[in-house]
Design a binder for this molecule. Structure first.
Ligand code: FAD
Length: 402
């Protein structure tokens, strides 16, 4: 008999049973969101989440929580807009405090070329009904009075203002989804690592874990930076390369920065958390690596860039620094849907931009798995696009925006 958790407590890991209807590899936000949507909306509750470490200890715990929909391609804009709408009501849906905070995001341009690309993003957003506008220096000054617009050699020319962008507490997102999924019968198995998988014909027949073997009707991998490693267990080579991505926070100060601000030229973005810490991030490390160490070099670069934007923060101390492993696709878009095996599904390629997608990836994948049919919203993101060369080239996904 299963033990149900007290409200808002993560249940203890139960014994591993020999078979589940659905096994989800990876207990991050995406795995938990998928389990919740399977159980809540499709009545599929014989589900196990297998997590090699602890719930949400991967990139979900390491990201800088930027939630936005100001992408370039209409297919991405529509997908991320759905995610944003789901986020807006998530605390109510899960009856769990997400600390969701609508801040707006300001992306700065320091050159004519970037101004043109920001204009393109503003127009693409408008076309899809997502609010975006180009703001001039005077408007930027009133949005962020503390920002230095006259950066030496690269003055701010204009910005892309995205008023519905938000932040949320990343841990709460995965905790909320997992707790509500487990209340409906989903089993969360922490410290349970998938070590290998057996394939027979076009099906995965068995998963080997450090706690015993298990079989499943359907298997889904939601393992972020380990996508290539896990896909290889079923003989699949994904078009993914994995790079470390670092970030850091300062000690807390009184609120002075409401919007998130990112600079394309400085490769740096800054926001202020609800606790008052400045959250500072930038681009990925320039080389592939499976390691979550931080480097002093990158921290010095980020600090120098943040100081250009906010010269008065020089006395702040760096409180924490960390890194995650991000799996990057050639077109900066995710991979969702079935792979070549009939019962093996992929939720991968979330690179530096997957936190904001968490509610929508679970929503659409659960629907696809239960109906065995891919919804139009995620059809463009299937693995097969790399064979048909129908890429979703998404230059609004990363750089300094996340
Ligand atoms: P994870 O949370 O990493 O979960 C995957 C889980 O799979 C892990 O817990 C791991 O332990 C487990 N796992 C791996 N292999 C196995 C195995 N063999 N067996 C069992 N379990 C396994 N995105 C945004 O949208 N906005 C941002 O501002 C943003 N900033 C970022 C900043 C940084 C520094 C980093 C690193 C990432 C950032 N991202 C951002 C990206 C975002 O964090 C990820 O895309 C997202 O969290 C992926 O969620 P996930 O649930 O797929 O992965």
């Amino acid at each position: 008999s299963r033990r149900y958790p007290e409200r808002n407590e993560i249940p203890r890991t139960p014994d591993l049973r020999s078979h589940y209807d659905v096994v989800i590899i990876g207990g991050g936000g995406h795995g938990a969101s998928l389990a919740y949507h399977l159980a809540k909306h499709h009545g599929i509750t014989n589900v196990a989440i297998l997590e090699k470490g602890y719930l949400g200890g991967g990139n979900t715990a390491r990201n800088t929580t930027v939630i936005r929909s100001n992408y370039t391609d209409q297919r991405s804009i529509r997908f991320y807009a759905k995610a944003l709408r789901l986020y807006e009501s998530l605390a109510n849906e899960l009856d769990y405090n997400m600390m969701y905070s609508r801040r707006g995001q300001l992306t700065l341009s320091h050159s004519d070329g970037v101004s043109r690309s920001l204009r393109l993003r503003a127009d693409a957003g408008d076309f899809c009904g997502e609010a975006n506008e180009i703001v001039d220096r005077q408007q930027i000054r009133s949005l962020v009075p503390s920002l230095n617009l006259d950066i030496k050699g690269m003055p701010v020319l204009c910005g892309l203002w995205h008023p519905s962008a938000a932040i949320a507490r990343h841990d709460a997102v995965v905790w909320g989804y997992a707790i509500r999924a487990c209340e409906r019968g989903v089993e969360l198995h922490q410290r349970t690592e998938v070590l290998g998988m057996e394939v027979s014909g076009d099906r995965v027949t068995r998963l080997r874990t450090n706690r015993g073997d298990v079989s499943a009707g359907t298997v889904v991998q939601c393992v972020a930076g380990y996508s290539s490693v896990v896909a290889k267990m079923v003989g699949l080579k994904l078009p993914i390369r994995s790079y470390p991505l670092q970030a850091m926070v300062t000690h807390p100060v009184k609120p002075f920065l409401n919007p998130m601000v990112s600079s394309t030229a400085l490769h740096c973005y800054v926001s202020q958390s609800a606790r008052g810490e400045l959250v500072i991030g930038g681009g990925s490390d320039p080389y592939e690596l499976y390691n979550t160490r931080s480097t002093l070099e990158l921290k010095e670069g980020l600090a120098a860039s943040a100081l250009e934007m906010f010269p008065f923060i020089g006395e702040l101390k760096i409180l924490r620094q960390w890194a995650g492993i991000t799996d990057m696709t050639p077109d900066y878009s995710p991979i969702m849907g079935q792979g070549p095996l009939s019962n093996y599904w992929l939720d991968a390629g979330w690179g530096t931009w997957g936190f904001k997608a968490t509610p929508a990836s679970g929503f659409f994948l659960a629907k696809a798995i239960s109906e065995n049919r891919i919804a139009d919203e995620i059809r463009p993101f299937q693995l097969s696009r790399f064979h048909s060369f129908d890429l979703v080239n998404e230059m609004g996904a990363t750089a300094a925006s996340h």
